[in-house]
Design a protein around this ligand. Structure first.
Ligand code: SF4
Length: 324
């Protein structure tokens, strides 16, 4: 069992994105959020209407962002804010964060990305999107940009469980994520997958199986989010009608689930996020007695208590699966 050899990731006990990035780029890489005015096929009717039941883009939009401004103006506003907050940051990349940022005419996408890259202080792009919005032509173009710039492709997988994806009206299945990730990685693109823990329709077993399924894919990094109920979402309205109909993770259960998940996750996958925090004015539930900044040390303490670390159960799991 996982007590010997010692953690290959030091005291943190998991493969942390920030440390990897600092070593690779010689310092912090800070994301400047951009809202380029895209929408989402799960909102405009192409795939569905109403969107994913947990989604309200306002909940993760920073205060400095104004979608009425041009991309260049948004970058200037974002840099002014972030340079005050993180003085000495050597690299900034433009983060196309709101909605699905590869959903649009190719020429429009190209113009948006080029406008961001033309800013003298922008070293690359992070592009958030859905797996069903990544045609080969867009991936080919991003791979071309990646020859000269930092390019992070962030794909919303959200769950590896088709029943849970259907319950939250996601509008695509897990096979769509596998397909997009494999086509992106085949072009040399570095993929960060987003996964939501605690969606309706998930069980502890299905979420832990997600660690196994993601470990089998060519993803570079993972952003984990715990389910939070955001005002204005279908899921929040459902919870207000019937609180028992949406199970929410309390902080201790979430930390234990994260530890279980990370133990089963390939040690090669970097953890870019282990949780998220919706602004209090927008969040209905759950209300934790724990700030996001406290989650990482609490997770490391839990892993230390267990004598475990990221991937310590990964090989055993792989070996078990290979047995006839
Ligand atoms: S989470 Fe993403 S895919 Fe789902 S509705 Fe919101 S923007 Fe669209």
């Amino acid at each position: 069992m996982p007590s010997d050899p010692p953690s290959p990731f030091g005291q943190r006990r998991y493969h942390a994105w920030n440390e990897h990035v600092k070593a690779r780029h010689g310092g912090r890489v800070q994301k400047v959020s951009i809202d380029a005015g895209f929408t989402c096929p799960n909102r405009d009717g192409l795939v569905g209407t109403g969107g994913c039941t947990f989604c309200n883009n306002a909940s993760f939009t920073p205060g400095y962002l104004n979608r009425r401004q041009s991309i260049t103006e948004q970058i200037a506003a974002g840099l002014a804010f972030l340079q005050r907050r993180y003085p000495g940051t050597p690299h900034f990349i433009a983060y196309f964060q709101s909605y699905s940022n590869t959903y649009g005419e190719f020429e429009r996408l190209r113009a948006c990305y080029q406008e961001a890259l033309a800013h003298p202080q922008i070293s690359g792009l992070a592009i958030g999107t859905r797996p069903d919005c990544l045609p080969d032509a867009v991936l080919d173009y991003l791979a071309l940009l990646a020859r000269e710039h930092i390019i992070e492709l962030e794909i919303g997988v959200e769950s590896c469980n088709d029943a849970a994806l259907a319950r939250v009206n996601r509008g695509h299945d897990f096979a769509a994520s596998v397909d997009a990730i494999e086509r992106a990685a085949a072009r040399g693109l570095e993929v960060t997958a987003h996964l939501m823990l605690g969606l309706p329709g998930e069980s502890r077993a299905s979420m832990l199986d997600g660690a196994r399924q993601l470990s089998a894919l060519p993803i570079r990094a993972l952003k984990l989010h715990q389910l939070q109920l955001v005002r204005g979402t279908a899921l929040a309205r459902q919870w207000q009608r019937d609180r028992a109909s949406v199970a929410l993770l309390d902080e201790q259960t979430c930390i234990e689930l994260l530890a279980d998940f990370i133990e089963r996750l390939s040690p090669a996958i970097l953890l870019q996020r282990i949780g998220s925090e919706v602004p209090p004015s927008q969040k209905l539930a759950p209300h934790w007695n724990l700030r996001l900044s406290e989650l990482a040390p609490r997770l490391s303490a839990e892993l230390e208590r267990r004598g475990s670390w990221q991937g310590c159960r990964y090989r055993a799991l792989t070996a078990e699966l290979k047995q006839p």
